[in-house]
Design a protein around this ligand. Structure first.
Ligand code: ATP
Ligand code: MG
Length: 355
């Protein structure tokens, strides 16, 4: 039986998680699979109760589970706390304690939401469905850094390094993900300038030999950021380093035009994963029932796919979401249509799932 630790968190995190759990329940019934679901405090609500965003008992539960499903954390109530006491510090601690080194962010533009995208219709005619696989625990964000006094002012530096092992393991995740998709990986680097990128390219080429069914090409990051806007349909999986992935995943996500629709997964190569919507706790709409639960519901789909190998169930959820959008159902952030509140949208996904 799969063990799932659920961390609803704060603000709309709590609201969207209720709906995601309804959908998980419906999957459990449809596929006759039991999930053991336990909720724990994490983020601001944990600070209120225990004085820390990531309490010991929450950590113990997370470390014992097959998957962690997270809502969102933070809010104005905790904004004035010191760095490591803030809800967001809990996020870093959670990722670190789970040792998840791969961040997967799909940017999918559902057909009926095309008008939300800043891209022109002609560019979107072949659709937009890109998965950015970002290395999360190495590279320039974790390299040697410093600031030194020099004759005139200062010198500050950050260094990027990658080892063969770090590149291999993230590449395997990207190639495996591509196998369930359009079987194409674009590895993005700056190998015309950076040594770390030259090693990146070499190792990715090596790893690709184990995946003869997956097509591989390479792009420089400056070109890739341009191509994403010019012709996004050329991409399936983008495999890249920590910093380039940080930038490209934000760029790709904006092409879909709706933050309320974007799921994410953080993985470490075995089946354990952390799943959460890309959006934050949105204090401005918390309590108004306007929150869009689809990003978290689509995060459940990623959990089913990557942690439990339930690809059919994952695609059922995606199809339910696609179909109800086609039929005009919307939360307020998605624009005009038959407007539903958070709960009604969760119920609608369940209804479509059962059809
Ligand atoms: P964080 O720092 O946690 O990322 P943030 O304030 O930067 O928080 P979000 O919480 O993601 O960013 O919110 C950005 C904007 O998008 C807000 O105006 C919010 O109302 C809106 N928003 C975010 N998520 C949703 C959602 N699920 N449904 C509807 N609107 C949303
Ligand atoms: Mg933000």
């Amino acid at each position: 039986m799969y063990k799932i630790t659920v961390l609803p968190g704060d603000g709309i995190g709590k609201e969207v998680m209720e709906e995601a759990l309804k959908v998980l329940n419906a999957v459990s019934e449809k596929y006759s699979i039991e999930f053991e679901v336990e909720k724990y405090l994490f983020g601001g609500c944990a600070i209120d109760e225990f004085g820390t965003p990531y309490p010991k008992e929450t950590e113990e539960a997370c470390l014992k589970s097959d998957a962690v499903l997270l809502g969102a954390v933070g809010g104005p109530k905790w904004d004035d706390l010191d760095g490591d006491k803030r809800p967001e510090a809990g996020l870093l601690a959670l990722r670190k304690s789970l040792d998840v080194y791969a961040n997967l962010r799909p940017a999918i533009l559902f057909n009926s939401l095309k008008s939300a995208s800043p891209l022109k219709d002609e560019i979107l005619k072949d659709g937009l469905d890109v998965l950015v696989v970002r290395e999360l625990t190495g590279g320039i964000y974790f390299g040697d850094r410093g600031t030194e006094k020099i004759d005139y002012g200062y010198k500050a530096y950050d260094t990027e390094s990658y080892t063969t092992m770090e590149i291999e393991r993230i590449a395997h995740i990207a190639f495996k993900a591509a196998r369930n998709r359009k079987k194409k990986v674009t590895s993005v680097d700056k190998a015309n300038i950076l040594d770390s990128s030259r090693l990146w390219r070499k190792v990715v080429n090596e790893v690709s030999k184990e995946y003869p069914d997956v097509e591989l090409n390479h792009q420089y990051v400056d070109n890739c950021s341009m191509q994403l806007i010019k012709d996004p349909s050329q991409f399936d999986v983008i495999l890249t380093s920590n910093m380039f992935g940080d930038i490209l995943s934000d760029e790709a996500s904006q092409l879909t035009g709706s933050i309320g629709m974007l799921p994410s997964a953080s993985l470490r190569g075995d089946k354990v994963g952390l799943y959460e919507p890309v959006h934050g706790s949105a204090p401005d709409i918390a309590g108004t029932k306007k929150a869009n639960p689809l990003a978290t519901i689509l995060s459940v789909a990623m959990m089913l796919e990557y942690s439990f190998d339930m690809i059919d169930a994952a695609n059922d959820i995606r199809k339910a979401v696609n179909d109800l959008l086609e039929d005009g159902y919307r939360t307020p952030d998605l624009g005009k249509g038959i407007i539903l509140n958070t709960e009604e949208m969760g119920d609608m996904v369940v209804k479509y799932l059962k059809r």
